[in-house]
Design a binder for this molecule. Structure first.
Ligand code: 13P
Length: 210
């Protein structure tokens, strides 16, 4: 089996795991992995029920596939992340419930829990609303991701990247859980946030964790 076949299998496994974790429903989500100056990405309108390793589309960063097949409509957002962040090797985009709920407020996820620092800062930024599948959304995501591994997409969802598929997937799952916990905390009362100093200390710990 060559490395391309292995990447296809890993992508397919990750896409199915995204479905199994409740991060995607129907076609609301996509996943990609960098392959040199190209990427492999889920096809437009994929579904957990029918996805196969062969269905993943190999294309360049302009979204053009050698065999003419159609990459995810969000290919530009994935490409822009690979181009802006050389350490990004995989990207996950979802419309998971609590990320969508937070992103509908337009607010960043604040430092209500030290684990927010795992994304690289003391909050998780939220882009303004930008129409889906556009170059403008790709630009907005890159701005919100500066120094971070995940951001919320205003009135849309979330996107994360990582040095591996597992890292990008885990970031998506962690952000969904933290957004759920923050929504619950807001229902419980007035939320106390952590100081910049506490978040810096948490961030330093994450740098040598795992
Ligand atoms: P695709 O089915 O084209 O990947 O896109 C769905 C989506 O998540 C749009 O934001």
């Amino acid at each position: 089996m060559n490395s391309l076949d292995q990447i296809r299998r890993d992508l397919c496994q990750t896409y199915v795991a995204m479905g199994g974790s409740g991060l995607i429903f129907l076609a609301a989500g996509n996943v990609s992995a960098r392959h040199g100056e190209r990427m492999l990405i889920s096809p437009a309108g994929a579904s957990v029920a029918s996805i196969t390793p062969e269905a993943f589309v190999e294309c360049d960063f302009a979204g053009s596939a050698t065999d003419g097949s159609k990459p995810s409509s969000e290919w530009a957002m994935h490409s822009a992340i690979y181009e802006a962040f050389p350490h990004a090797h995989a990207v996950v985009h979802t419309h998971s419930n609590y990320c969508v709920a937070m992103a509908a407020t337009g607010e960043p996820l604040p430092a209500f829990h030290y684990m927010v620092a795992s994304f690289g800062g003391d909050d998780v930024r939220c882009t303004p609303y930008v129409p889906w599948a556009t170059p403008a959304l790709a630009k907005a995501a890159v701005v919100a991701l500066e120094g971070r591994t995940a951001c919320l997409l205003g009135n849309h969802g979330m996107i994360s990247h990582g040095k591996s598929l597992l890292a990008a997937f885990n970031a998506a799952l962690r952000l969904e859980t933290l957004c759920m916990q923050y929504v619950l905390a807001r229902q419980a009362g007035v939320v106390r946030t952590l100081s910049a100093e506490h978040m810096r200390a948490a961030n330093t710990r994450y740098a040598s964790y795992g």
